[in-house]
Each structure stands twice: as C-alpha cells, then as structure tokens.
Design a binder for this molecule. Structure first.
Ligand code: PMP
Length: 322
C-alpha cells in the first residue's frame, strides 16, 4: 500500500515476493525513516488460522509512525493487509505445535531526495516467513550481557518506537555480548547505567516467588505486546504481576539471597525464554540454578496454549481468519 502527501493511502495490491527497485537517493537509505512490526499466525486445532492481538501491533505501528514523522496506517488496513497475505500463503502456515507463520509489516520512505526532512511518500509492505519452534530441542536458558558501555535509547529518543535505527545502534553491543560468550544484550538506562530496561528483542520479567515484575515503560523501551499480555495472563493464573524498577545491583543481590527465584525474557519470536546466567565487565553469576524455572514454564505454556487455540480466549485476543 502506498502513501502520498495530499492523497493518503492508495493502490493496495497483493503481488508475488520479488526484489524492490530503488533509487540510490531514496531517503530511507540515508535517513532511516523506517518502522516495522512482528506478529505470528498460528494454526488452530480446528484447522483455521488466527493471529494474536494484531490490533495491538497496528496501534504500536501507529505510535512508531508518529515518532518517526510518518503517516499512520489505520488499524483496519493494517489487519486487512496481514489477513490478505495469510490467506494467500495459507499453505505456508505450519500445521501444529509452536511453529507459525511470522509476519513482518513494515513501512519506509520512498521519496527521492538528499535534504534532511520528513519524506512525503511511503510504502507499507507485509512479508511472511514460516517460523519453526524457537527451541526445537526443548527450552534452553539464555546467557545475557549487561551492556554498560553502550545505550540503546535515551529519554526523548526513539526507544519506544519499533524503528530500524534502534536495532542498527544495537548491533555493536550484540557483537560484544557474543565476544563474552553471551547470547543476548540486556540494556540499561542511559543516565545511570543501572536500571534494567529490556533485552535486544525481548522484554524482561523478574520472578519473586508468586510475584512477577517487569521494568516500567519509561519511554525508552519497547512496549512489548507479549509483556503486556503476560501482566494479564499471570494475574489470571493467580500471580501478582506488576511494573517496577530494578537495578543491576537488585538483580545480583536478590538472586544471591534467593528472593529473586527466576528471570525470563518475552517477545513474539521466542514467546518466553528463561535467563540462565548474567555477565558484565564487573560481574558474572548464574541466575537461580541456571535451569528454566517453574513460573517461567507455566506462563510459557499458558501463553502458547492460548496462541495455538488450546486455551480459551477469555480476553478476545485471537483474531480468527477462518
Ligand atoms: N523489545 C524489543 C527491542 C523488541 O524488538 C521486541 C520484539 N518486537 C520486544 C521487546 C518484544 O515485543 P513483542 O512482545 O511485541 O514482540
């Protein structure tokens, strides 16, 4: 679907997957006016297909668009575009289990020009790819690197938007994590470098017995849809679920004194991933006993059962395509 200043959204079309042809002076290539989303379509037990909370993705896309001076795509158009592609690619929706059809809606500037200003022409596209189970061999805890050198986002920046530049700026820290033998980066706040924000592509949860806490939305972390869903699912299961503020010192101390029983990350791709060990320039510790925890696995099952149609959709989150 195209957007042009003065004309709005127009020319929606479903076309075979193919390379795009682009002018070297396309403004996106220079100034990164680009946003995206990620969501999954799961086969349901009765053979139909459903997506999980596409409305929430549409709304986050609108909020990213506002931050990046881009036009807002109406929710109905966002969902209709995803639905049209899923219907076309129905044969590619995996049959069962945790496998899914991953959808990647995105938008970028198509105007040609070298002046730095918001573009006046954009293209919205959805592509899809089958995604296998994130942990085909069983859930495996990840090791994380606390990034004290680099920051992902600062107050007033683009941290709460799902825009390409945030990820570009993250790559060097991801490489640093890998050099230290870690799977993922954990980002800290930009001012004091001690408040836990989120992981590279997932939000974090801290489990204190039957109370789970996730870092509050400060404006510099992504408001994850999985994070938001888990606040509700955890309460449904009888846990106390809240937003809070946690420092790296709290994490280390509460793990040592045993009050922090589990830590996990959550996002569309991995659903829920236990954190097994933590490293930084100054510290190195095993989270709990390094194994997936009971609360983590219970929440993981509850969320996946809901997404794959094995739990009742009590909150009206599943969007059925028939
Ligand atoms: N934080 C970041 C930086 C992400 O890229 C993602 C993935 N979209 C998340 C958190 C988790 O968000 P969601 O649950 O909506 O996938």
């Amino acid at each position: 679907i195209k957007w042009t200043e003065g004309r709005g959204w127009h020319d929606a079309e479903l076309v075979p997957y193919a390379p795009l042809s682009m002018d070297p002076a396309n403004m996106t290539l220079h100034y990164a006016q680009t946003i995206f989303e990620g969501l999954k379509a799961y086969k349901q037990p009765d053979g139909t297909v459903a997506t999980f909370r596409p409305q929430a993705n549409a709304e986050r896309f609108q909020s990213s668009a506002r931050r990046m001076a881009m036009p807002e795509l109406p929710t109905e158009l966002f969902i209709a575009a995803c639905d049209a592609l899923i219907k076309q690619d129905r044969a590619w929706v995996p049959d069962s289990g945790e496998a899914s059809l991953y959808l990647r809606p995105f938008m970028f500037a198509t105007e040609v020009g070298l002046g730095v200003r918001p573009a006046n022409e954009f293209l919205f596209i959805v592509i899809a790819s089958p995604a296998g189970a994130y942990f085909p061999g069983g859930v495996k805890p990840v090791s994380v690197w606390l990034s004290e050198e680099y920051v992902r986002a600062a107050k007033g920046g683009t941290g709460a938007a799902k825009t390409g530049g945030n990820y570009a700026a993250s790559l060097v820290a991801q490489a640093q994590a890998a050099e230290h033998g870690c799977d993922q980066v954990v980002w800290l706040d930009a001012v004091e470098h001690r408040w836990i924000e989120e992981m590279g592509g997932m939000n974090l949860y801290f489990v204190y017995g039957d109370r789970i806490v996730t870092p509050e939305l400060t404006g510099s972390l992504l408001p994850g849809i999985t994070r938001d869903s888990l606040l509700t699912i955890a309460r449904d299961l009888g846990y106390t679920a809240e937003e809070g503020r946690i420092t790296t010192e709290d994490w280390k101390r509460d793990n040592e004194n045993g009050t922090l029983t589990e830590v996990f990350a959550c996002g569309t791709a991995a659903v829920i991933t236990p954190v097994g060990s933590v490293k930084s320039e100054r510290a190195n510790w095993t989270q709990g006993n390094g194994e997936p925890g009971e609360v983590t696995m219970k929440l993981r099952k509850a969320l996946l059962d809901l997404q794959t149609g094995h739990n009742a959709d009590t909150h009206g989150w599943m969007h059925q395509l028939g």
